[in-house]
Design a protein around this ligand. Structure first.
Ligand code: N01
Length: 870
């Protein structure tokens, strides 16, 4: 420990430079000053408030209840301020922020009407040189508290400069207000700003024309007095209420997270829940009606249609109601709005709606506007066209990091950073609620407090340990960007042209910018980073540096959530059960699993095994036959499973590779030990080969399997190849598809240990499978360890291995051996997934692309012969 406060003699003028005096800047000043740092904030406006300083358009309010949308860092402040409404107006929020400013004497640390122009890292002196519109200063740390929605999008309406009358931007509204009495007004844009302002503008004007490019989902705010139950719950235990917002809530608003799936509710149940959320009038409620609405299209559509029905109820003219009904993006993929009388405004005689999709604006003219079909005359135009969100305020300034690296260049393909807090190559530089953080998906105030506290704790730690620089590592940053993208990919968010993905600004890279895992999860991650010696942060100082490098989240996010849910259920480990108990348990699990897609036909039957009949289930595609035929072996460690236990997977396999799939059973241990399973698997393949025509086969035969079933597929493929060589006859396989297969029962690879605990298939369970099914002395037999047999001559193979699978390395070794032996191999690597993930159809969205890749490669094998000219 070292309690050095300042390690250099020529102390920079300022410890921490802060850009922005909105909510984030204000709390930063307070917290850092309390920690003993010298701080200076610069602010372009002439007063505090940030967003709430600039956005003064009529109807501007918060869309998180004011009781929630307020600071919690100081209990007295929290108690002394009383909000007059459920959702406060902009003037009231600004008054609150001014009150905070005076109460904590923050103004003396802020230089107003000062705009950041550029900032450059001075490596030799370990400080930032900051140039502003009114001078320059240096600081050891630089924090961008510039807000997510602070730079209005440059007006991109053709001819807007031609207009003779006033053009108002909602995000830069005149402080003296605007009187629209008796005027003809156009509003362009129907996001939150448009939806909040249109009802009030409509009340004033002679005539209002709203130009809508995309209708948005909006629910009524039901504004009014602070709801009694909310006030009571806060009064009962304010500290606990705030703690729940901080630690247990994805949005930063205490809410009981639902675990109910809309797809599993009756229509009555669903509508009752939707109606309750509609009546509550909060984003937290409407975004939390069902656990599947953000990821499942059907679940989302139920809610979307409920809102469309409400619009039809409210709006008198059915054509207008239809135009106002969003149909080109799922609910929640653009930020939903909270309104006060928005839809009813279109029942007023002085309001018209123009659909820009059917009649785009050709040009604004001196006196109005011309669309493809009409001309309009206006006195005023209001642009509610949104912001260059999340990155706009950061890339607007020239930030130069180490070795002359410029942030605009680093972010050319989209923002990259670690935890949304720091950027590799930019030492001692932090962003508050930047891209890569939960920010705009949450109650901003709670997010801001978390960020400020994390940064303040971090630089305090720097001081305590004698470090003078800190920045993310390349590895940590790349891992975080991947994680944020993975979260985007499992949601429906990428389906909308929203500002969340930069789609509203022409030319902006289309990437998901906010972190979508929730504030509670994000907070835990940040805490874990600290607990692991600031994992992924490189620190430097006169006494040497320190770095624990690594990636904080490598599991796919939905896998992580599934593991957490499983841990909460406290299930008994399978290996502590008897085989019969384990089978009952697996049957019960299967009964709760999603059913898988429809196929053309399903037939159950029996086939002759090596010592008796075996069950099979045949899946036929809906397409016209004959088809390739795939013999499929189920998983379950040679102890569990049946011909029907991989039903959902077989259905998808059948559809996707357009082949008849025959899932066959085989005898299991401990009742029938090795080589019983092999003998049956072999018998089933020979039977299928001989009855291929009857089963609807077209002459192309494949084998496939998962886990122990993948092993079965590989060993019978060997047997078939051998039979053709040795006996001149045997099944002629066009390919095999092995999903996380067992390939060497006698070896224990590095991944067996590395992933042996905590990822569903454990090392102990694998040993339990082996012990129940094969004697130790037999484990090197190529009929259970294909890796130990002849490899050459096996059919072309598609093999899937999963990153967090104990069997990963043996699968990869088998793929390498096949390749070395000249067998064509497609290796699909399931990043961030487990042994069981790729197989679990309809359970994990992140596994779907992996299955697509697996099936595409298998389909190519299944249909290669039919497309190859004879
Ligand atoms: O901006 P937006 P906003 N020609 O980007 C349209 C927060 N906020 O200022 O969707 C014609 O959402 C554009 O059409 P399209 C909140 O997080 C909060 O309203 O791109 N139209 C869209 O309809 C919100 O999400 C509150 O097809 C053009 C609209 O303009 C975020 O700020 C209040 C156009 C822009 O909607 C942004 O909201 C206000 C063009 N050239 C804002 N360009 C609270 O309640 C754009 N549009 C707290």
């Amino acid at each position: 420990m070292n309690d050095v406060v300042d390690l250099r003699e020529d102390r920079p003028t300022i410890d921490v430079g802060i850009v922005g005096a909105g909510m984030a800047g204000l709390y930063l000043i307070h917290r850092l000053r309390a920690d003993g740092w010298s701080v200076k904030a610069i602010e372009a406006a002439d007063d505090v408030g940030g967003t709430w300083f600039w956005n003064r358009y009529p109807g501007a309010r918060c869309d998180i209840r004011s009781l929630d949308y307020s600071f919690s860092f100081d209990a007295e402040l929290d108690e002394e301020w009383t909000w007059s409404e459920k959702y406060a107006t902009q003037p009231e929020i600004l008054r609150y922020l001014q009150h905070v400013t005076e109460r904590f004497d923050l103004r003396r640390s802020i230089e107003f009407e000062t705009r950041l122009e550029d900032a450059a890292w001075d490596e030799a002196n370990e400080r930032w040189t900051v140039t502003t519109s009114s001078g320059s200063f240096t600081c050891r740390y630089l924090v961008m508290a510039t807000g997510c929605l602070s730079v209005p999008k440059a007006p991109d309406v053709p001819g807007i400069d031609e207009f003779d009358g006033p053009v108002y931007l909602t995000g830069r509204w005149p402080h003296e207000g605007v009187d629209f009495t008796g005027r003809r007004v156009a509003v362009i844009g129907t996001g939150s700003s448009g939806i909040q302002s249109i009802p009030l503008i409509a009340e004033q004007v002679e005539h209002l024309t709203v130009f809508q490019r995309t209708p948005n989902f909006s629910i009524p705010a039901h504004n009014g007095e602070v709801p009694e139950h909310l006030a009571a719950s806060i009064a009962a235990d304010r500290a606990e209420y705030r703690r729940r917002a901080r630690e247990e809530s994805a949005m930063g608003v205490p809410v009981d997270k639902t675990e109910l799936f809309a797809t599993q509710m009756t229509a009555e149940e669903r509508n009752a829940r939707y109606e309750a959320a509609w009546q509550e009038g909060t984003l937290a409620a409407i975004l939390n009606v069902s656990a599947d609405q953000a990821t499942d299209r059907q679940a989302n559509e139920y809610l979307a249609e409920f809102i469309r029905a409400k619009i039809r109820d409210i709006v008198d003219d059915p054509d207008t109601a239809e135009l106002l009904s969003p149909r080109n993006h799922p609910f929640g993929t653009k930020r939903p709005c909270l309104d006060s009388g928005y839809y009813a405004t279109y029942n007023r005689p002085n309001v018209d709606l123009v659909d820009l999709r059917s009649e785009p604006i050709e040009t604004v003219t001196a006196g109005g506007l011309r669309t493809a079909t009409r001309t309009f005359e206006f006195d005023d135009i209001v642009l509610a066209t949104g912001f260059d969100a999340m990155t706009g305020a950061i890339t607007a300034v020239d930030l130069t990091g180490r070795d002359g690296r410029r942030l605009v260049d680093e972010w050319e393909g989209g923002p990259v950073n670690y935890l949304g807090l720091g950027v590799e190559g930019f030492p001692n530089f932090f962003t508050i609620t930047g891209p890569g953080s939960p920010s705009v998906f949450t109650n901003m105030v709670v997010s801001i407090e978390q960020h400020v506290d994390w940064i303040a704790d971090t630089i305090a730690d720097q001081r305590e340990h004698g470090f003078t620089t800190i920045e993310p590592t390349e590895t940590a940053q790349a891992g975080w960007v991947q994680h944020v993208n993975d979260l985007g990919a499992i949601s429906l968010l990428m389906e909308a042209d929203s500002w969340y993905v930069g789609a509203n600004v022409p030319g902006k890279p289309r990437v998901i910018m906010p972190y979508g895992g929730g504030l509670d999860r994000y907070r835990r991650i940040c805490d874990e980073v600290r607990e692991h010696d600031l994992l992924g942060w490189q620190r430097g100082g006169p006494n040497g540096g320190a770095c624990t490098d690594g990636v904080i989240r490598r599991l796919q996010p939905d896998v992580e959530i599934m593991l957490e849910l499983m841990a909460e259920m406290n299930l008994p480990p399978l290996e502590t059960l008897t085989p019969d108990e384990a089978r009952d348990f697996m049957d019960a699990q299967a009964a709760m699993s999603p059913p898988g897609p429809e196929v053309g036909e399903v037939i159950d039957g029996t086939l002759p095994g090596s010592v008796g009949d075996l069950d099979y289930r045949l899946y036929r595609p809906a397409t016209e036959g004959p088809h390739p035929l795939a013999v499929y072996y189920h998983g379950g460690g040679w102890v569990l499973g049946s011909a029907t236990s991989d039903d959902a997977f077989c259905r998808e396999l059948c559809n996707e590779i357009d082949a008849v799939v025959v899932s066959v059973d085989y005898r299991h241990g401990p009742e029938a030990r090795f080589p019983a399973a092999f003998d049956d698997a072999r018998a089933a393949l020979w039977w299928a080969s001989e009855h291929a025509d009857d089963l609807g086969g077209n002459g192309t035969l494949l084998v496939a399997g998962w886990s122990a079933g993948g092993n079965q597929a590989a060993v019978v493929a060997r047997a078939a190849a051998d039979a053709r060589v040795n006996e001149g006859d045997g099944p002629d396989l066009a390919g095999m598809m092995l999903v996380t297969p067992v390939t060497d029962a006698a070896a224990r690879s590095a991944s067996f240990t590395e992933n042996g605990d905590g990822y569903v298939l454990t090392a102990d369970l694998m040993e339990w499978f082996y012990d129940h099914s094969v004697d130790e002395a037999d484990r090197s037999d190529p009929r259970i360890s294909p890796m130990r047999g002849e490899i050459a001559g096996l059919p072309p193979t598609v093999i899937l291995t999963a990153e967090f699978d104990p069997l990963r390395d043996e699968g990869q070794a088998f793929a390498a051996a096949l390749e070395a032996a000249g067998v064509p191999v497609t290796h699909v690597f399931a990043r961030g997934l487990l042994h069981t993930s790729a197989h679990a159809v309809g359970v994990l969205p992140s596994s779907a692309p992996v299955r697509s890749e697996l099936f595409a490669a298998t389909r190519a094998l299944a249909h290669a012969r039919s497309t190859t000219p004879a």
